[in-house]
Design a protein around this ligand. Structure first.
Ligand code: HEC
Length: 137
């Protein structure tokens, strides 16, 4: 549902070919998510984004789980998966590859939000999340 809205909105914005060309940036993704959420980019909140990142939710096995569980409390540092595989840092300041490929970003938001929140993240939450990470120095 959210995916459909996201794609639809990309089409409305005439951005589909831009996305295919992989010319995405944290700023362009924030603009798209804000558009889908129906707010101006200034309506995205780094503070709320940090909460998305840090808030612990009851996991399936009763263990609290958060985005920080894998991506670590400090997003300029590398993280670890549950099977101890290295995850490059999430903050674009530490890893310029982050938020430069809309398809990759959507794939992992879907997978990880479903894993942690037991639901997909809203466009507002995704925009807030990127807003927070991209202002980290
Ligand atoms: C179980 C471990 C785990 C948890 C928990 C987790 N992630 Fe991730 N995340 C990963 C892995 C693995 C990747 C893919 C490898 C990579 O990109 O370095 C990834 C990549 C991403 C990406 C891709 C970003 C990009 O541009 O490269 C986003 C967005 C993301 N995660 C968001 C989240 C959010 C939001 C949460 C919390 C709701 C979260 N993740 C929780 C493991 C996790």
């Amino acid at each position: 549902m959210i995916k459909k809205t996201f794609r639809g909105s990309l089409a409305i914005l005439g951005l589909v070919s831009t996305v295919a060309a992989a010319a995405d940036t944290p700023a362009s993704l924030m603009a798209t998510y804000a558009q889908v959420a129906g707010v101006p980019v200034s309506g995205l909140s780094a503070k709320r984004g940090e909460m998305v990142y840090r808030t612990e939710h009851p996991g399936r096995n009763g263990q609290p789980v958060s985005c920080a569980a894998c991506h670590t409390a400090n997003p300029t540092q590398p993280g670890r998966t549950r099977v101890n595989k290295l995850i490059e840092p999430m903050a674009p300041a530490a890893n310029p590859q982050r938020f430069t490929d809309a398809a990759k970003v959507e794939k992992w938001f879907r997978r990880n939000c479903t894993d942690v929140l037991q639901r997909e993240c809203s466009a507002q939450e995704k925009g807030d999340f990127i807003a927070w990470l991209s202002q980290i120095k």
